[in-house]
Design a protein around this ligand. Structure first.
Ligand SMILES: [Zn+2]
Length: 355
């Protein structure tokens, strides 16, 4: 028998009387074991057969189940995040491509508009140059008494069309061609008429008078037949307003004198003025009952001093021809003033179009 040792009183805080487990020794592997943990495998002797080694699972590989789940979740989140990121990048790339495409289209559109504007500027400059050429061709004609040689209504029409076509390069291109054509027409007609007028040199009173009155624009053509009918000495047609047709036998007719030829040339020149100035002529004709012939006679009576329609042409010292030139009516002072006013309005004037 051993002597009893007094039992240590349990601490007041342990009503069940359970003793606290003694602190585990630092090198006691059992201290870290869980309830089902068999602990580390016992070491085998070096010569123990391998087949007898107990199969155990290392404690470190069975412990972090929660970590695996967390890792899996993190991986899933990473995959989803990566997918979303990839989708975002793709979307951004597409948006960037769309923006670049839009900008390229805008640049293309702007360049196209610039090209169109440049084309319009070029066409407008071409039209301006063509109009300047036209005006340069017209300028020497200003003051000539033949209004029709410069058809201002056509110039006005071209200017109006160019304004309408100011945003239409193709149409403006055509307008440039039309202006150039009009310039060429005016120029060639002027040159042609002047050249023809300069080429005839008959040395007659007819031609001398018409050259003087016509300022080099009127041609005198002698014809053997009767180009103006059976009775007329001379005539002018609207188709060729600058050509005076004269019966050739008027040069040898004994009833004719150079004075009569001169007065007759004045009458014919009045017809040149009538055909080349239709609007003021229409107004003046009202004072002559619409008769262009008595109006032409009145022109000669007004501007050729001493002229009359009735003449006595001497045959010899004792006899003479009574010759009547014209259409039998001698205009009065009021009609002669109409003729002066008419002549004052004739011819090519300088005009501004498109204003
Ligand atoms: Zn006549």
């Amino acid at each position: 028998m051993s002597s009893p040792t007094p039992a240590a009183e349990p601490p007041p805080s342990d009503p069940a009387g359970a003793r606290p487990a003694p602190p585990a020794a630092p090198d006691d592997p059992a201290a870290d074991r869980g309830p089902g943990d068999p602990g580390p495998a016992p070491s085998l002797p070096a010569d123990a057969p391998l087949t007898e080694a107990p199969v155990t699972v290392p404690a470190e590989r069975r412990r972090p189940r929660a970590s695996v789940v967390v890792l899996a979740v993190l991986l899933a989140v990473a995959v989803v995040a990566g997918g979303l990121g990839f989708f975002w990048v793709v979307t951004q790339l597409q948006e960037a491509r769309r923006l670049i495409g839009d900008q390229q289209q805008q640049i293309t559109d702007q360049q196209r508009r610039l090209d169109e504007q440049q084309e319009m500027i070029d066409r407008k400059e071409q039209f301006g140059t063509a109009m300047n050429d036209l005006y340069a061709t017209i300028e020497p004609l200003v003051g000539l008494p033949y209004a029709t040689i410069v058809p201002w209504y056509r110039v006005e029409d071209l200017a109006d069309r160019a304004w309408i076509h100011r945003r239409n390069p193709a149409a403006l291109d055509q307008d440039v061609v039309d202006v150039q054509r009009l310039t060429s027409e005016i120029s060639s007609r002027s040159d042609g008429v002047s050249a023809q007028a300069a080429s005839n040199a008959s040395g007659t009173a007819w031609e001398a008078t018409l050259d003087d009155l016509g300022r080099g624009w009127v041609s005198t053509v002698f014809e053997g037949a009767t180009p103006c009918g059976a009775t007329a000495l001379a005539c002018v047609s609207g188709a060729q307003p600058f050509t005076v047709h004269v019966r050739a036998d008027s040069q040898t007719d004994p009833t004719m004198t150079d004075w009569i030829r001169t007065g007759a040339a004045y009458h014919e020149y009045a017809h040149v003025l009538q055909f080349t100035n239709p609007q003021p002529t229409d107004d003046a004709l009202a004072s002559f009952g619409g008769d262009a012939e008595t109006m032409a006679d009145c022109y000669a009576l007004t501007f050729l001093d001493g002229w009359s329609l009735d003449h006595e042409v001497a045959i010899d010292a004792y006899s003479y021809y009574e010759v009547t030139v014209g259409y039998g009516y001698t205009c009065d002072a009021g009609q002669r003033q109409v003729i002066r006013d008419w002549v004052g309005q004739l011819g090519v004037t300088r005009q501004v179009v498109g204003g």
